[in-house]
Design a protein around this ligand. Structure first.
Ligand SMILES: *Cc1c(COP(=O)(O)O)cnc(C)c1O
Length: 363
C-alpha cells in the first residue's frame, strides 16, 4: 500500500487517495480517447462533459438555485479580490468589508484601488482572534456589497452564521478555505468565490458562484477576462480553461457525493477537529488555542505552546513521525493544523495522540 503522509498543509493541501488513484487510472488514456484529458481540446465533447458534470455536481451538492451561475476561472482567489470591486462597485457606491484577518485585509486593499470602501466591522483590536458578532456589522447605506471571509485560514477563525443584508447590499464571501465543508444557504449570497486548492481540488482553478443579477452592471471599460459576464456567456470556456484542474475538481465532487454529501462531510469534519481541539483544551494549558472558542474554525486549527523552543521541537519531532504542514503562518506564529475535507480522521487521531505524547515528554 502507498505510504501517505499525515498531511496538514494549508494549501495546496491533501487530496483523497481515492481521487488521486482515479486520476492515475485515467491519466494516460482518458476513457479510451488515446490521450489524457490534458491533451484534449477544451472544445471537445469529452472536456465539455467534464465542465458540465463539475457544475452539475456542485449545484446538486450545494443546492445552488437556478438563478446562479457556476464558473471556473483562473487567477486564484487573489484575482477575485480585484474582480469583485471592478465588477460590482458602481460610481458613488462603496464596498463594505468585515475585517477578520490576513485574507480580508488583502481583499480590502485591492478594493481600495477601484473605489470607495468602508469597514463594516473589525476584530483587529483583538488581533483577529474572533469573528465580530453579527449585530456589530454596520453596512453603510451607499454599500453595493458586504464582503466577508467565511474562514480566515491564517488566524483559524470561522463565521458560525452569516450576516443577513439581502435587502440593502449584495453579500459576497471568500470561501476559499471552507467551501463545501458544511451546508450553506447559497441564496443568502450574491457571489461566492474560492480558490480550489484547499477544499476542492488542486491549484489552478477558482470557483465562482454568482447570482444572475449581480453580473449585469459591470463597467464597459473592463477587460474581457476580468468581467463576470464574459465567463457566464461562454460557460467558463471563453479562453483555454485549466482543464486538468477542473477535471480534478469533478473527481473531488464525485468523492464528496459518494461519502453522502455535504451534511456528512460536515459531521466528519467536526469529528476530526474535535479530536485536536480536545487535545488542546485537555492539556491543562500546555497547548493554547489562538482563536477564541466561539470563533474556532473547523478547517484551520491554530495553537501555541508556551515556549517557542518547544514549538520548534514539536515541528521537528512531528515531521520525523510523518506529519507535514504543522508550522503556523508567519503572521501568527506557533502551530496550525489544516483539516480540510480530504484530510482523513485517522490523520487527526494520529495528531491528537502525538500531541499527548509530546506533552507527556516535554510538559
Ligand atoms: C488561500 C486563500 C486565498 C488566496 O488564494 P489564491 O488562490 O492563492 O489566490 C484567499 N482567501 C483565503 C481565505 C485563502 O485561504
Amino acid at each position: 500500500m502507498t505510504k501517505r503522509a499525515f498531511n496538514f498543509n494549508a494549501g495546496p493541501a491533501a487530496l483523497p487517495l481515492e481521487v488521486l488513484e482515479r486520476a492515475q487510472q485515467q491519466f494516460v488514456d482518458y476513457e479510451g480517447a488515446g490521450m489524457s484529458i490534458m491533451e484534449m481540446s477544451h472544445r471537445s465533447a469529452a472536456y465539455e462533459q467534464v465542465n458540465n458534470d463539475a457544475q452539475t455536481l456542485l449545484r446538486r451538492l450545494y443546492g445552488i438555485p437556478d438563478n446562479y451561475h457556476v464558473l471556473f476561472l483562473q487567477g486564484g482567489a487573489s484575482t477575485q479580490f480585484a474582480m469583485v470591486p471592478m465588477n460590482l462597485l458602481q460610481p458613488g457606491r462603496a464596498g463594505a468589508y468585515v475585517m477578520t484577518g490576513s485574507w480580508s485585509k488583502k481583499a480590502l486593499k485591492e478594493a481600495q484601488l477601484f473605489g470607495e470602501t468602508a469597514i463594516a466591522a473589525s476584530s483587529e483590536s483583538d488581533s483577529y482572534t474572533r469573528i465580530p458578532s453579527l449585530s456589530d456589522i454596520e453596512v453603510p447605506a451607499e454599500a453595493a456589497y458586504l464582503h466577508i471571509t467565511s474562514n480566515e485560514t491564517i488566524e483559524g477563525t470561522q463565521f458560525g452564521a452569516y450576516p443577513n443584508v439581502a435587502d440593502h447590499a449584495t453579500l459576497v464571501a471568500d470561501m476559499s478555505s471552507d467551501i463545501l465543508s458544511r451546508p450553506v444557504d447559497v441564496s443568502q449570497f450574491g457571489l461566492i468565490y474560492a480558490g480550489a486548492q484547499k477544499n476542492l481540488g488542486p491549484s489552478g482553478v477558482t470557483l465562482v458562484i454568482i447570482r444572475d443579477d449581480v453580473a449585469v452592471d459591470s463597467p464597459k471599460h473592463l477587460p474581457a477576462m476580468l468581467r463576470y459576464d464574459t465567463h457566464i456567456k461562454a460557460n467558463s470556456l471563453y479562453n483555454t480553461p485549466p482543464s486538468f484542474s477542473v477535471y480534478m475538481v469533478k473527481l473531488m465532487l464525485e468523492w464528496i457525493e459518494a461519502r453522502g454529501g455535504i451534511a456528512q462531510i460536515d459531521q466528519y469534519n467536526r469529528d476530526k477537529t474535535k479530536l485536536i481541539y480536545d487535545a488542546i483544551d485537555q492539556s491543562g494549558g500546555f497547548y493554547r488555542g489562538v482563536a477564541q472558542a466561539a470563533s474556532r474554525s473547523t478547517m484551520n486549527i491554530t495553537f501555541r505552546i508556551h515556549d517557542a523552543e518547544l514549538e520548534k521541537r514539536f515541528i521537528k519531532e512531528s515531521e520525523a513521525q510523518g506529519f507535514v504542514g504543522l508550522k503556523g503562518h508567519r503572521d501568527v506564529g506557533g502551530l496550525r493544523a489544516s483539516t480540510y475535507n480530504a484530510v482523513p480522521l485517522e490523520s487527526c487521531r494520529a495528531l491528537a495522540e502525538f500531541m499527548k505524547e509530546f506533552q507527556a515528554s516535554n510538559g
